[in-house]
Design a protein around this ligand. Structure first.
Ligand code: PEP
Length: 257
């Protein structure tokens, strides 16, 4: 089995302006520094709003911080008449490593389809950015189709836009678990993560499947992270609400299996 470095990703959503972001990243890196966090064992990335990215990049590069960062979205287009969109070409100039694509809030509030999420994933890869591809079922989907069917179908369509050589991260985020305080069980997360890994193998081959980190997201906290991380197919977490509290996020990062 390939070794996959776990990734803990903090999705700030529409919180923290660029000045607050600077203070936050500084304090988070002090907290992880005090705890002697080994970033080679557990990678940590924050996902601030677009307007914070330049400040976060400057701070991380000036202080040589080991913290990574990504954007919460990316345009499927590279340039042109797309008012309000942000190109991967611009993001890569800011050293953005990752871009979240297909978050359920964008699917629900902005009508993003799997075809759009696939095109955004391909755009990220085109610019040397690793897409963090979010999939997950609603409570109704779960009742109607069981746990894996919808996320598996979503991922299959999205992966049809990619090649075996493209580095990706997949985040399994059951919509009913996001911001609800009701996380999936570790067994549920493992079952779906295993099914998603099988789809990656089917579409992009065994090597890409073995190398791809699959994160769980949905009400992850410091008191449940260890359970998820014990599962063989869960390689990290996408954390929303709890990523905005430095002490709590720092405890999540330092989970003990
Ligand atoms: C998210 O928005 O990606 C998320 C997982 O949120 P929360 O951790 O707050 O459930």
């Amino acid at each position: 089995q390939a070794t996959r470095t776990p990734l803990i990703a903090g999705n700030w959503k529409m919180n923290l302006d660029h000045l607050q972001a600077i203070a936050f990243v500084q304090k988070l890196s002090w907290s992880l520094g005090d705890a002697k966090h080994d970033f080679s064992q557990v990678e940590v990335s924050v996902f601030p709003p677009f307007t914070d990215l330049r400040s976060v990049q400057t701070l991380i590069s000036a202080d040589k911080l080991e913290l990574g960062f990504g954007s919460q979205d990316i345009s499927e287009h590279d340039s042109g008449a797309y008012t309000g969109e942000v190109s991967g070409a611009f993001l890569s100039r800011l050293d953005v490593q990752y871009a979240i694509v297909g978050h359920s809030e964008r699917r629900q509030l902005h009508g993003e389809t799997d075809a759009i999420v696939g095109a955004k994933s391909a755009a990220a890869v085109r610019h040397g950015i690793v897409p963090v591809i979010c999939v997950g079922e609603t409570a109704e989907d779960l009742e109607e189709h069981g746990p894996s069917a919808v996320p598996v179908a979503q991922l299959r369509e999205i992966l049809s836009h990619l090649k075996a050589s493209d580095e990706i991260v997949v985040a399994y985020e059951p919509v009913w678990a996001i911001g609800s305080g009701q996380a999936a069980t570790a067994e549920q997360a493992e079952q779906v993560a295993a099914a998603l890994r099988a789809v990656i193998a089917e579409v992009l081959g065994d090597d890409r499947a073995a190398a791809t980190r699959i994160l769980y997201g949905g009400s992850v906290k410091s008191d449940n992270i260890a359970r998820f991380m014990r599962e063989p197919n869960v390689d990290g977490a996408l954390v929303g609400g709890a990523s905005l509290a430095i002490d709590e996020f720092s405890r999540i990062v330092q989970f003990k299996k």
